[in-house]
Design a protein around this ligand. Structure first.
Ligand SMILES: C[S@@+](CC[C@H](N)C(=O)[O-])C[C@H]1O[C@@H](n2cnc3c(N)ncnc32)[C@H](O)[C@@H]1O
Length: 205
């Protein structure tokens, strides 16, 4: 195959993969079934995925843990950004989406389950070896005690690391002081529906 045919093929293949991964139809059907659990009618845009990936920190012997992977667009962007598949753990509560993630993201560790039970879900040898947690679960839609359950579950498997969280809110989606968290808006993009920010929350004190 010539160099130009090769690169054309790569472009076509990556477009196909993106379509296959994003699966907007499945996403929308899940939103109709449970809007509060999904929090969005469409998967995150490439611009938002890139902004999340740019803020990921990971030492070579650490994993990245994504909560609420949906149809896998951020997971795919993490792979494209250089996170090895065997160092990526994704948690998704919807069984059909977890099956889809296994189909389209070979080699990635897909955990079907409720992220509030992270200490029971993540293999023990990775607990304390998490470089970055990305939380895609729409925490802003939850009552504060429920938000706390997610924050505590993350702290249990990634002590002191905090987490990245993307949101469509104009201000912090979490009451950071109440949860004793430091909050920093790392990025914003209008190229998402709706426009979105990436926040970093870290345990304060
Ligand atoms: C806003 S969508 C994000 C999907 C995807 N990461 C993206 O950026 O397109 C939120 C996802 O969190 C999942 N989710 C909601 N509650 C969850 C929970 N308790 N544990 C794990 N996943 C959950 C939903 O099923 C949904 O796929």
């Amino acid at each position: 195959m010539t160099q130009s045919a090769l690169s054309q093929n790569t472009v076509i293949r990556s477009r196909d993969t993106a379509k296959e991964v994003s699966n907007a139809g499945m996403f929308f059907r899940r939103w109709l079934a449970n809007p509060l659990q999904m929090g969005s009618i469409v998967p995150s845009s490439p611009a938002l995925c890139q902004r999340v990936v740019r803020n990921v920190r990971r030492a070579e012997d650490e994993i990245v843990l994504e909560l609420g992977a949906g149809t896998g667009v951020i997971s795919q962007a993490l792979l494209d950004g250089g996170v090895p598949a065997n160092r990526l753990y994704v948690v998704e509560i919807v069984p059909a989406m977890a099956r889809h993630l296994r189909d389209v993201l070979p080699g990635v560790n897909v955990i079907e389950g409720d992220a509030r039970h992270l200490p029971d879900l993540l293999p023990a040898h990775w607990q304390g070896k998490v470089g970055t947690v990305i939380c895609g679960v729409p925490l802003v839609l939850l009552p504060k005690p429920e938000q706390r359950r997610f924050i505590d579950a993350i702290e249990a498997v990634a002590p002191g690391r905090g987490f990245l969280h993307y949101s469509y809110c104009a201000t912090s989606p979490l009451p950071a002081k109440l949860h004793t968290l430091g909050a920093k808006r790392e990025a914003w993009t209008p190229l998402n529906f709706p426009p979105a920010s990436v926040w970093r929350y870290t345990p304060a004190g």
